[in-house]
Write a protein that binds this ligand. Structure first.
Ligand SMILES: C[S@@+](CC[C@H](N)C(=O)[O-])C[C@H]1O[C@@H](n2cnc3c(N)ncnc32)[C@H](O)[C@@H]1O
Length: 282
């Protein structure tokens, strides 16, 4: 069978159910099965390459799962984040591109630290995207991370083994890292922050991502309230807190932090110009 026909058929089916990345996803499924890059798949399509029966069958099976709105990353088992290739699957939150910008704020703060081996803590690490980015990109930093979900932690552990050197704990962030009290330079978190009643529209999210990773109580800020207290306990005086939040929550998060005694509270935009993160100094 022609690769071009297989891919075209999937693109049509994906578009029919509103998958915005239909072409990309159809090509990336082929790339995953055939062990090629997306560029190689595009050139194979142009040159009229054929696919054998076994690969065509696998392609049709994976394509059907994507058509049923399973996230592409669950099919391939991989997510790409800054310099990392992370293992992901059911039970762990798939890292998002907007978080790559949030990590930059934490990395900048770590690089500007006057402490020789600054300590960074990632609260609710999921795949380890934030913690491992800091670990890989700021080698002088000592990075600690905590994750509550045992299901997510299966993937977290794999990723911490792949990029060894950072320390991972399974537990609740509320009473985490007491041994580090007053010694941390940067606390960063992309916590669950969706208000409980605002179930995301995309089936990829509401059917396939863990609730613990998504929802933050009635106004979405329950976990952020806890993190504000925990970060105060952990940080050195002058240390930096970095928090991701929804684009509607900037004002509320800034007010919450100011009320908790944080200073230099700053809103940060993502690459599309939406307020998606706040930093503050202890
Ligand atoms: C939105 S996800 C972010 C995951 C990852 N940091 C990222 O940016 O891709 C939030 C993560 O926090 C974890 N989490 C939620 N509540 C927690 C708690 N009380 N203690 C520790 N981890 C928690 C969830 O299981 C999930 O992995």
């Amino acid at each position: 069978m022609l690769l071009r026909e297989l891919v075209a058929h999937s693109v049509e089916k994906f578009e029919s159910v509103g998958i915005h990345s239909a072409q990309v996803d159809a090509e990336l499924i082929a790339a995953f099965i055939l062990g090629k890059s997306r560029g190689e798949i595009q050139s194979a399509i142009i040159s009229g390459a054929e696919v054998d029966e076994a690969d065509a069958k696998t392609y049709t099976e994976l394509s059907a799962r994507r058509f049923a709105r399973e996230p592409l990353q669950h099919l391939t088992g991989k997510a790409y984040f800054r310099q990392l290739e992370l293992n992901v699957g059911k039970g762990v939150f798939i890292p998002r591109p907007e978080t790559e910008t949030v990590v930059q704020i934490a990395i900048d703060a770590l690089r500007q630290s006057k402490i020789e081996k600054p300590i960074a803590v990632d609260l609710g690490t999921g795949s380890g995207a934030i913690a491992l980015s800091m670990h890989v990109e700021v080698p002088s930093a000592r990075v600690f991370a905590i994750e509550k979900s045992p299901a997510a932690n299966e993937f977290t552990k794999q990723n911490f083994e792949k990029y060894p050197g950072a320390e991972l704990v399974l537990g609740d962030l509320a009473d985490s890292f007491n041994q580090l009290n007053g010694s941390v330079s940067v606390v960063v978190s992309n916590p669950p922050y969706i208000p409980a009643a605002m179930v995301p529209i995309d089936p990829e999210v509401h059917l396939h991502e863990p609730e613990l990773a998504l929802y933050g109580g009635a106004d979405g800020l329950d976990v952020i309230r806890v993190i504000s207290k925990v970060a105060h306990r952990l940080l050195v005086s002058g240390g930096t807190l970095v928090l991701e939040h929804a684009d509607t929550q900037s004002e509320m998060v800034c007010e919450l932090l100011l009320a908790d005694g944080w200073r230099d509270v700053l809103a940060h935009k993502d690459l599309t110009g939406r307020d998606r993160a706040v930093s503050a100094i202890s």
